[in-house]
Design a protein around this ligand. Sequence first.
Ligand code: ZN
Length: 468
Amino acid sequence: MIAVRATNADKASESAYLQFRTMVPGSPGYVELMQLGEAHLLASHKEEKFVTRACEMGFSLPVPIQTFYLNTLGKWHRCINIRALAEHILVKYPHKLLAGHSCADKTSFYHVMEEFWRAFRLYNANHPVFADFANNLRHCIPMKIHIDEGTGLRRAAVNQFSWGPLLSSSPNSLDRYFFWSCMNGEEYKNANAGYERGNAILDEVSERLAAQAQSVYLEGVSCPGIGKLHFVWVALEGDLPAQARALHCKRNFNCMPDQLCPWCHADDLQVPFTDFRPVAAWRRTVGASRPWTTESPMLGIAGAGHEVFLAKDLFHLCHLGAVRGFAVNVLCYLATMAHFEGNNIPDKLSSAYGEFKRFCTSKGATPMVKHFTKDNLGWSSLNSYPQCSFKGSDTRLILGFVLQIMLNPRVALDDIASEALLAASAMDDFLRLIFGLKDNTGCKQALLSRQEGSRALVLLKTWIEKIY
Ligand SMILES: [Zn+2]
C-alpha cells in the first residue's frame, strides 16, 4: 500500500533511485527500484510520476482512502475504511481473517470460531455477541483494536490506529494488524485534557472508528463462499496511556497513590496493589465499577462498555514495561557486583555489551541497542534505578543474557541476585509459553489449555513475588 503525501513521494523516488544505483544489476528488487527511481530524474511532476508508477506496478491497494472532516481540528482527515479493507482481504487473502483457514475449508473455520467463543464465554459471558448472535457464533470473528502513540521521524509522537483478528494466520505483524488511520502528535497534543476527560480531537477520530467497527459487527462483512461474517470487537490493545485516553479512564496508571487500576480498585493506600496474597483486598473489587466517569465514543462499539475490553497487553506491560525495567536493573546490578571486566562502571558496561553481543550472535539475533552506557540505560547514579527506552525485542534478549550469566554455576550469587534469578527464569518461561521461542511475533496461540493456563499462573506468581 502506498499512501504517501506528494513530498514523501518525491523523497521515495529519490530513495529508490539512490538504492538501485548501489545494487548489482539483477539482484532482487533491482528492476522495481529502477522503475520507481525514474521519477527522481524528472525536472517536474516527480510525485505524480512516482505515484502512477507505483500503482501500475501493483504496489497500491485497490481500496479507496476515506476522507472525513474533523470539526475539532478544522481539517480533513483520512482513514482506510474497515469494511472496504476487510472485503478486499477476504477476496484476496481470506486466511488472514479466517484464522489461517481458506473459504473452501469452512468446517475447520467454523470449528475454530465455535471453540473460541466457548472459551471466551468463560472469560466474558456478558459480551453482547452472546445475545446478538447466539445461534450464529460460527460466523463471528473475534477482533481487536490497537491504538498506540508511537514515535515517528525525529521522535515526534504519532497516534496510530489499527485493527486485526485475535486468531491470526501467522505471527507476522503484517498478518495481524491492518492500518486504519494515524495522526501526528502536533495536531492533537493541545487538546489533551487529562485521561478522564479525554482528548476532543482524538475522540472525534474514535467516533468514526467506533461507527465503522459497529457497522462491521452488526451488519457484517461479505465473504465469498461463506456469506456474512460479523467482526466482534473483544479487546483494545495498546500502551496504558493510549488505553486510558481512548476509554477516558479516571482510574489509570498515573493516579498513584489513588486508585490506579482500570480493572479493580487497587491503590497505594488502603487497597495496596503490591499485595499478591489470595486474600488481597483488591481481589474483591475486580469489575466492581467502571473506571470512567464520562463516556468515550469508543463505548459505541458493542462490548467496549466494560473494562474487560481493555486488553492486558503483554507486549506493553512486559517487553516495554516491568520486564524491561527488571532486565536492565539486573544488568546494572551485575555490573556493580563485578560480573563484567573493567575498572569502572562505564568500562564494565562496555565489556557487558561485548558479552551480550556474543550471546545474541549465538542465538542468531541482532539487538537494536548498539552499546550499553550509563546514559542509554538511564542510570544517572548508583542511588537511582536505571530506566531506559530500549525496543521490546531487546528486552527479551537482555533477559536471556542476564539469565545465562546467573545460571552459570561459576558465578557466585548474593541474596538479591538469587531472587533475581528466580524472577528472571519465571518470566523467561512465561514469555516462552505465551509467545513461543521467537519473540516480537505476538502470541503464538490465543487460547491456552487448562494445563498451560495453570502453568502461566504459577510462573507469573513467582515473578511477581520475587520482584517486589
Ligand atoms: Zn487491578
